[in-house]
Write a new protein. Sequence first.
Length: 116
Amino acid sequence: MNTEDIQAICKAMPSVTEDVKWGNDLVFSVGGKMFCVIGLDQSPVSASFKVTDEEFEEMSNRDGFKPAPYVAKYKWVLIDDIEKMNKKDWKHYLNQSYDLVKSKLAPKIKKQLGFV
């Protein structure tokens, strides 16, 4: 997996926006809320995404993962090398992160995006 593969998975989801924040992070959002962040100028390339409350502890303790800086309290994890996870798992976790974030959007934003 590489940045372009993750980008393709994220951009295939409805109403996803992509931009660069903080000068070097590629951010994917839905309704203005982030669901995936990729560190662009790092080697290896790292990424962060939201997981379920139940998965957070287990994922944080997996080899190559840790609680994501600044957003761990929201159940985000950081993978230190995006190549450590296969495409099937990336699809699962990115779709799940998207759904978790989308579910918390304000009703007005959900309606504007056509989710209601």
